[in-house]
Design a binder for this molecule. Sequence first.
Ligand code: HEC
Length: 107
Amino acid sequence: MPRVFAAIAALLVAGTCSALAADIHPTRQAELLYLLKQDCGACHGMRLKGGLGPALTAERLAPYDVDFLALTIIQGRPGTPMPPWSPFMTKNEARWLAQQLQQGIHP
Ligand code: HEC
């Protein structure tokens, strides 16, 4: 019996992951990563190690809530050079980007 439960658990986990990944088409994911490199890199550094804006490395972003980071990307930070990216991506896409950053991305 426990093996059955393990199999179900594995299915559930796999199902959740693929559902999340399926939310954003791979083509769009590539576009977002290109944007990250070109546009975000302009301020956060080509390797996201910091520049005008702070470093966006996994170590630095670890303490933050992913939704807080997604909100920062979508709305920007008024009063700072961080612009709102809502014209260029959806909230879901910003959340995905925030997740990638927290997992560690080295463009
Ligand atoms: C014009 C310069 C500029 C661009 C372009 C820019 N940022 Fe920023 N960003 C900043 C600055 C400056 C801050 C720090 C704001 C503050 O003082 O709270 C910041 C903060 C952030 C933060 C919060 C980090 C923290 O430690 O609080 C995230 C996440 C972030 N930016 C992601 C992005 C992403 C993703 C992009 C591209 C889609 C991007 N930024 C493009 C200037 C920029």
